[in-house]
Design a protein around this ligand. Structure first.
Ligand code: ATP
Ligand code: MG
Length: 197
């Protein structure tokens, strides 16, 4: 089995996430794609007025319905505390012997990977599937990939995904932008739960 893993805060999931997940699933032929909302992101603090973990999980479930083979996982929410990807990959490796794991991330994330907790474990347990928006991303990825390969035998695959420059931060800031950049099923939930605005 080829299993794709996309972690994130998903506060909320937006069209950039959906697009990147679809492109990766298609390019790397995943049998399954796990979308995993974090409990507490190690690298940023959740801003005031954020959706709860339960709400982010529900929005991630709605995102999963839009991508063939995708499912939302509550494993990081259930584990509690700060969500370290190395620990998540250890659990997934134990639960899926013989499978190949692909850890999907944006270029920004790859460039800081060596600062994460246990990057050597992440590199050992998963192939890194890095989303490139343009030629500049490709160059930056190739440079970092060579360094990570040398240091930790990292395996890196580049997934081309032309620019959809959306972020959750931006989507939370403006109701109209949110309506335009978030799938309708997720926007309906945001309205129903009176989130963000
Ligand atoms: P924030 O604005 O809080 O940084 P975000 O939009 O980056 O939120 P996250 O949930 O933190 O969303 O991101 C989860 C994963 O999705 C990360 O690997 C990130 O690099 C990637 N990602 C985020 N936005 C995009 C996008 N527009 N296109 C492709 N990948 C993206
Ligand atoms: Mg981000």
């Amino acid at each position: 089995m080829r299993i794709g893993i996309m972690g994130g805060t998903f506060n909320p999931p937006h069209n950039g996430h959906v697009h990147a997940a679809r492109q990766a699933a298609q390019a790397l032929e995943f049998d399954r794609l796990l979308l995993i909302p974090d409990n507490l992101p190690p690298h940023k603090t959740l801003p005031k007025g954020s959706a709860t973990g339960e709400q982010r999980l529900e929005m991630t479930r709605r995102m999963a319905k839009l991508i063939p083979g995708a499912e939302a996982s509550d494993m990081e929410l259930r584990r509690g505390g700060r969500s370290y990807s190395a620990e998540t990959l250890r659990c997934l490796t134990a639960d899926n012997p013989g499978s190949t794991l692909y850890f999907i991330m944006g270029t920004d994330m790859l460039l800081t990977l060596d600062k994460w907790r246990e990057p050597e474990v992440i590199c050992r347990l998963a192939t890194l599937a890095v989303i490139a928006r343009d030629e500049a991303d490709r160059t930056a990825i190739a440079h970092k990939a060579a360094w990570l390969k040398d240091k930790w035998q990292a395996r890196v695959e580049i997934v081309d995904c032309p620019a959809l420059t959306i972020s959750s931060t931006e989507v939370r800031a403006d109701r109209q932008r949110c309506r335009d950049m978030v799938p309708a099923e997720i926007f309906a939930y945001i309205e129903q739960q009176k989130l963000y605005f």
